[in-house]
Each structure stands twice: as structure tokens, then as C-alpha cells.
Design a protein around this ligand. Structure first.
Ligand code: PRP
Length: 202
């Protein structure tokens, strides 16, 4: 049996749907508080973890395989193998603000609110712009409205949250989809089972 870490929330639903469509038989009761499940054939054990923790479970080999958004993977830079782009969970990492001049006319450091501190830092270093990063854990779109940041770095999926809060995309940084990742040791020790799962999903 191999262990697969799945990210709680929207992406887990899409992943289970995709895996079942490809022939696996997984049923995760939506009301359950249990954090691990097996498929009907008992070939896979699924761990339900926070999206930000998936790659950590995989890196430390608590899970052999994981499903994680490229956005989260790029932020944490875990030491894992990226096996397959699952083509689900599409979103874009963007810089957004009240208008296109929200930081370009600034003469001093700009302030950027984000959950993705490392991605934001790298992006503004690449652009040669001095940016002070304000780490927030959610509702990032409020930051420019309340004047605590000039812009945000965040993911956009439908675009509804930006629209509802009067913000616009200023720049796209990269596109993100969910990736199948593997522990670097398990990739070799459990190669047959991992390959079998990749072949099923592909
Ligand atoms: C994410 C992201 C945006 C929103 C984008 O937040 O940080 O706020 O989704 O989605 P949309 O383009 O479809 O509107 P999440 O829902 O994870 O909530 P959070 O703000 O609490 O992190």
C-alpha cells in the first residue's frame, strides 16, 4: 500500500473526482473529521492535510505521494520530485491593486501584502523594486483597500474576489495547476506502485 497526501478543500474534491474518473474507488465522507481513508481496494491510504503541508508530509516520507498546487510548491520549495501535472486546480499567481499605477509611481519602498512571501520577494527582486512584504494569512484583498499595502501578490481563480473588492490584475507572475509529487527515496523504493498510479492517472 502507498500513502497519498491530499490537500483539504476545493482541490481535494477535484482530485478525488479525477482519481475516481480514472478508475480508483475513493469515497471521502464530507462530514467526517477522520484524517485518513483507504480506497475500496485497499491499495492506497489517503491522508487529509492542509494544502501548505502536503509537500512537507511527502518530503519527510510520511506520504510517498502528494497532490499540491504549483503555487504552494513554488512558495515552499520542498525537496520532492514533481511527477505529473494533473491539469486541475488552475489559477494564476498575480500582482493586483486598485489601479495600474498602484506601485509604479512610488518613489520609496512599496508595500506588498501576501500569503506567498517568498514568491512575492523573488518577483520584486527580479524587477529591481524595493518591496516590503506584509505577511497575511487570508482576505489579502482587504490590504490595499485599508491602505496597509500598495498591492498584493495572490492567486486568482475565477477573479470574483478581486472584482468584488474593486481590485485589478496588474501583472501575471505564473500559471498554476495541481502537481503529483513524490518523496525522492520512495520514488525508487516504491517505483513500481508509483508508476502504476501515474499510469492510471495519466
Ligand atoms: C483564495 C485567494 C483569493 C481567492 C481567489 O482565497 O487568496 O482570495 O481565493 O479566488 P477567486 O479568483 O475565485 O475569487 P481563499 O478562498 O483560499 O481564502 P482566504 O482569503 O481565506 O485565503
Amino acid at each position: 500500500m502507498i500513502t497519498v497526501a491530499l490537500p483539504k478543500g476545493r482541490l481535494m474534491e477535484e482530485t478525488v473526482e479525477l482519481f475516481n474518473k480514472k478508475g480508483l474507488n475513493i469515497d471521502i465522507p464530507s462530514k467526517s473529521r477522520k484524517l485518513f481513508f483507504y480506497d475500496k481496494d485497499k491499495k492506497y491510504k489517503f491522508l487529509i492535510v492542509r494544502a501548505q503541508d502536503v509537500a512537507t508530509y511527502v518530503e519527510y516520507n510520511a506520504a510517498c505521494i502528494g497532490v499540491v498546487g504549483l503555487d504552494v510548491l513554488r512558495e515552499h520549495n520542498n525537496n520532492v520530485f514533481e511527477l505529473l501535472d494533473l491539469g486541475i486546480g488552475y489559477c494564476k499567481m498575480v500582482v493586483a491593486g486598485k489601479d495600474e499605477h498602484c506601485f509604479s509611481t512610488k518613489t520609496k519602498n512599496i508595500r506588498v501584502a501576501t500569503k506567498f512571501v517568498n514568491i512575492a520577494k523573488k518577483h520584486f527582486i527580479r524587477k529591481n523594486i524595493n518591496a516590503e512584504i506584509v505577511k497575511l494569512y487570508g482576505s489579502i484583498e482587504l490590504a490595499p483597500l485599508l491602505g496597509i499595502a500598495d498591492c498584493i501578490v495572490d492567486i486568482v481563480s475565477t477573479g470574483q474576489t478581486l472584482k468584488d473588492n474593486g481590485l485589478k490584475v496588474i501583472e501575471e507572475i505564473f500559471e498554476s495547476t495541481a502537481m503529483l509529487i513524490a518523496n525522492k527515496t520512495s520514488f525508487y523504493t516504491h517505483n513500481k506502485q508509483i508508476k502504476e498510479l501515474v499510469d492510471i492517472i495519466q
